[in-house]
Design a binder for this molecule. Structure first.
Ligand SMILES: [Zn+2]
Length: 331
């Protein structure tokens, strides 16, 4: 009897291991792009099918670290590439804690000068930890395993050490450009799926991109520039990118009136589906190279807790397996 019991337990263990292997390979096919609800700011995580992590901006406070922790397995503390689009605090502050708590393999930013203490701290930690710092210039390509490419679209010049006036000061100073237009703009491709991330780029920056990249701007998902401000997302730019989906990363009842009703109307007129972090919470896109699944916070919570629960009891493994097998295209 004891022997039979042992065989039974042994079989259960084998089944559990097999299920875990199948689950793991099933999960591997997805490139996951998360636009986290961090209030007024941007914070994006890209997790590749082979589990490399790219972070683009970190939001205005330490809220990002918890979001990152919940999207990544507890044992994964590596960020392969950290991108700061531009040194404004609503994109920057949350990255400081990530620098402290995760192993960062490389940083990509413009190196433009800006006067704020968060930026100074961010740069100081990078230096102290000896993290390789790459200055973003249009045309650079980052390759990730699984045939994933991240291409720098903008800026068009090396901006390291250059100083930029704020938008409000620029008029009086008669200066051209502002920090928003220095934003690192990135194009991500995986199979037939593509994403365009624009930071806080405004119309002047969009025009420069249109001039240089017009033929290859089309993307499935567009991260709308500057939280849906009317100074961004010009009609020409939207038409050139021609996305199915647009994500607006924006805080509830923010002081800036973002997103602008004019931008929302423009998107509706062009039949682009709008995803707003102030209304939907975290927004995620999972792509297997062909199909793009779209998840708002409720769906994401459900799917992650049910189909991607992190428990390793046999029953959880089986639920995960069955759930994923039966949900290939339902989103
Ligand atoms: Zn911003």
């Amino acid at each position: 009897m004891k022997k039979l019991f042992k065989i039974f337990i042994g079989l259960l263990l084998v089944a559990a291991v097999l299920t875990a292997v199948v689950w793991q390979s099933g999960q591997d096919q997805y490139l996951k792009v998360y636009f986290f609800d961090v209030g007024q700011g941007d914070a994006i995580l890209i997790r590749t099918p082979l589990h490399q992590n790219i972070v683009i901006d970190g939001g205005p406070d330490n809220g990002f670290i918890a979001k990152l922790g919940s999207a990544l397995p507890f044992y994964d503390r590596t960020v392969d590439l950290m991108v700061l689009t531009h040194p404004h605090e609503d994109h920057l502050v949350g990255l400081i804690e990530v620098l402290k708590r995760y192993r960062i393999k490389e940083v990509l930013a413009t190196g433009a000068l800006a006067k704020n203490s968060s930026y100074e701290e961010w740069l100081k930690i990078i230096k102290e930890k000896n993290i390789p710092f790459k200055t973003a210039v249009s045309g650079q390509r980052f390759l990730f395993s699984g045939d994933i490419q991240l291409i720098v679209v903008s800026p068009f010049a090396d901006l390291a050490g250059h100083s930029y006036e704020e938008a409000s000061e620029k008029k009086s100073a008669g200066q051209e450009g502002n920090l928003n237009n220095t934003s690192v703009v990135l194009f991500l491709t995986y199979g037939q799926t593509s994403f365009l991330f624009t930071g806080d780029l405004e119309e002047a920056g969009e025009k420069a991109i249109l001039k240089n990249w017009l033929a290859s701007l089309k993307a499935d998902v567009l991260k709308i520039g500057h939280h849906g401000s009317n100074g961004s997302s010009s009609e020409d730019f939207l038409r050139a990118v021609s996305p199915q989906d647009a994500v607006i990363s924006v805080g509830q009842d923010n002081n800036f009136g973002h997103p602008s009703p004019l931008v929302l109307k423009r998107l509706e007129r062009l039949k682009i589906q709008i995803w707003r972090t102030d209304l939907s919470g975290d927004v995620a896109f999972w792509a297997n190279g062909i199909i793009l699944r779209k998840l708002n916070k409720n769906r994401l919570d459900f799917f992650e807790s049910f189909c991607y629960n992190k428990n390793n009891h046999l029953i959880d493994l089986i639920v995960r397996y069955l759930c994923q097998q039966n949900n290939p295209t339902s989103f």
